[in-house]
Write a new protein. Structure first.
Lengths: 538, 126
């Protein structure tokens, strides 16, 4: 089979701007109507934070997939495979396998013991105030980095999808995205946000399915031929082998191990993923949610394998790299190659919707953590009524939204993948050890939790600050300076084991013993679901 | 299905230490841990073995098996297969071995504190 390698005319993309905007506006209009309808029953804190715990496992699983398949996943992984071949594929494996940690060790037990936030579980049998504050701080830190990544991604996407290349225009679009997101979360609460996630996940998976089928059809449904085509266009058979991106040196190999550790252990500790388990009525439904999301996410990543190599074969790495938006433009360019302006418009709108939905999910998580953990339980010492708490949460949404807009404008052009990997590393270091210890280790104490959370959080952030990501390399955030004493760009391989160690050390050195009754209660409740938070009736 | 949680907020008045020391609960905990711990260790080892191979055994991973499909791609796709398989296995294990005993304990506790037809007390919105 002889294959022509057609040139994608990048200039022609600009002609589709109006179409892209039109399709996106349609998405916003439809979801707004749904959010308004969903908002009618937002009366209590359980309604606002946890959607009245009324979603089914399959709905919530789809929403989790929507939360998880961010623009970094869709555009980032497709682009990484298109440019770096096999190494891009290895990202998606880490992102998927990570869900087994959530399924086996975290989801159900967490659903049975908590109410709204991760801190509910961590402070269950330890000293309330200090542990809750620590958990809230790490929740806010993870959400902030993740949020920044999404907003920064919005800026660079825009340059490709809407043909807006000047700084002011991009800033304006970031403001629009931010304001829309604030409205979703303010009005719709968790229920509205969840519906936006569900719709977006279905559109994204359907769009990727159509493109995958299309690419495979071009190659007669023969994966080997597709891979051959990719190697031929790249004029480099090594795109099919590991090592193109991470095999350069011993440091880069170690860096990949570090990234792999952060990816596989970070997912089950991401606060916005954990919070989704409270939107279902029982632990059994929480389990079903994870099963659904594992299937959806797994199938989606299989699509991205085909799409990435498809883009490498049909569009070509050089065209992708020189397009505005760079690596991230692989999927949109492939859509344009396959289905012309209409498919490009659809995929672009879905990419926007993705950012919008993920940002909304992060915002409600951060707002819930601030209002429920810091305001209601620490500042008001548990005496705030639910109405005031929700009011505080709504105000927090506005503040976080404004911060995200400002941060997004500031971070526009920064490396998106680094910010996301940082969020995973911080989550795995600061949260996962304490989650696992408090669920499974009877002796675990408050001191262990605090050492592990603060130690993991600060180790991750300090190592990042001292890494080549921030200084000392051409691609650094501060290219002029050089204080990069830590050679790896992902801190996971150091900070995660350190946090586990500190949790152990803090516990064995602690002279205080925790309340055995509380430990018994947590263990019994986590495994049996006795006294778990119920769904609210409407 | 799924809405068996519309029961009572029995947690307040239960002697959890007593429940924790019952043979039935110990059996539930044993069944849970004897599945999730070895399984977690197994999939993490398998995942890191794969990452190490991709990182340090590039030539082995690049060995072509069928057309352009090499060992690396096959092992990568096997990661997907094992993830799906462990998911299915865990669900069937929970349905058979964990859920029945968990709901027995739960009903035992809740039936103990309230009469069987007692009205649901409280909601989630506290």
């Amino acid at each position: 089979m002889t294959l022509m390698v057609p040139a994608v005319n990048v200039a022609a993309l600009k002609d589709t701007t109006l179409l892209n905007m039109g399709i996106f506006a349609l998405f916003v209009a439809v979801t707004m109507v749904i959010v308004f309808r969903a908002s009618r029953n937002n009366k209590t804190a359980a309604d606002y934070y946890a959607a009245g715990r009324s979603f089914t496992g399959s709905q919530n699983g789809t929403a989790i997939a929507g939360d998880y398949l961010s623009a970094a996943s869709f555009l980032g992984i497709t682009g990484a495979i298109a440019i770096n071949g096999y190494d891009g594929f290895m990202y998606s494996i880490g992102f998927l396998v990570a869900w087994l940690v959530a399924l086996l060790l975290v989801a159900e037990l967490l659903r049975n013991t908590g109410k709204f936030t991760m801190a509910d579980v961590l402070s269950f049998r330890l000293k309330q105030r200090p542990v809750r504050i620590a958990a809230a701080i790490s929740t806010l830190a993870v959400c902030f980095f993740y949020l920044l990544a999404q907003m920064a991604g919005a800026g660079s996407l825009i340059s490709l999808l809407l043909g807006i290349s000047d700084w002011g225009g991009q800033a304006l679009v970031i403001v629009v995205v931010g304001v829309l997101m604030i409205m979703y979360v303010l009005i719709g609460g968790m229920k509205g946000t969840t519906w936006v996630q569900i719709i977006k996940a279905m559109l994204l998976i359907a769009g990727a399915a159509v493109m995958t089928f299309w690419v495979l059809a071009i190659y007669g449904f023969n994966l080997s031929d597709l891979l051959g085509g990719a190697a031929e266009t790249a004029k480099n058979p090594a795109v099919l082998n590991p090592g193109l991106q991470y095999g350069k040196s011993d440091t880069s190999k170690l860096d990949f191990m570090s990234l792999g550790l952060a990816l596989v252990l970070g997912t089950a500790a991401l606060p916005h993923v954990l919070m989704r388990f409270y939107t279902v009525p029982t632990a059994k439904e929480a389990r079903k949610s994870v099963v659904w999301s594992i299937w959806l996410i797994g199938i989606f990543y299989l699509f991205t394998l085909v799409l990435g190599y498809g883009a490498a074969a049909l569009v070509g790495a050089d065209t992708i790299k020189s397009a505005p938006g760079g690596v991230n433009s692989a999927a949109p360019l492939l859509a344009f190659h396959l289905g012309g302006p209409l498919l490009l418009g659809f995929i672009s709108a879905v990419a926007f919707a993705t950012i919008l939905a993920v940002v909304a999910g992060l915002t409600i998580t951060a707002a819930a953590s601030f209002a429920h953990d810091i305001y209601a339980n620490v500042l008001a010492k548990g005496k705030a009524d639910a109405g005031t708490e929700v009011k505080v949460a709504r105000r927090t949404v506005v503040v976080i939204g404004l911060l995200a807009i400002a941060g997004g404008i500031f971070a526009n052009g920064q490396n998106v993948a680094f910010l996301v990997a940082l969020a995973f590393a911080v989550a795995a270091s600061a949260n996962l050890p304490t989650i696992l210890y408090s669920l499974f280790w009877r002796r675990f104490t408050t001191q262990g939790a605090l050492w592990s959370m603060y130690g993991g959080l600060s180790a991750a952030i300090i190592l990042i600050a001292l890494s080549p990501v921030v200084s000392g390399a051409k691609t650094s955030m501060i290219p002029g300076a050089n204080f990069a004493v830590f050679p790896l760009s992902n801190p996971g391989i150091v900070s995660i084991p350190l946090a586990f160690f500190l949790g152990w050390l803090g516990t064995v050195l602690d002279k205080r013993k925790e309340d055995a009754t509380k430990q018994a209660e947590m263990e019994v409740r986590s495994l049996t679901g006795v006294g778990a938070e119920k769904a609210t009736n409407h | 299905m799924g809405h068996d949680a519309q029961e009572t907020d029995a947690a307040a008045a239960v002697d959890f230490k007593e429940v924790q020391s019952t043979e039935q609960f110990k059996e539930l905990r044993k069944r849970h841990r004897s599945f999730v711990f070895p399984m977690s260790i197994a999939f993490l080892l398998w995942y890191f073995a794969y990452v190490l191979l991709a990182d340090y055994a590039v030539e082995f991973m690049s060995t072509k098996v069928w057309g352009n499909i090499n060992i690396g791609l096959i092992l990568g796709l096997l990661q997907f297969v094992t993830t799906f398989a462990i998911t299915g296995w865990y669900v069937s294990y929970s349905n058979r071995k964990l859920d029945p005993i968990a709901s027995e304990i739960r009903h035992g506790i809740e039936g103990h504190e309230f009469d069987k037809h007692g009205n649901p007390v409280g909601g989630a919105a506290k």
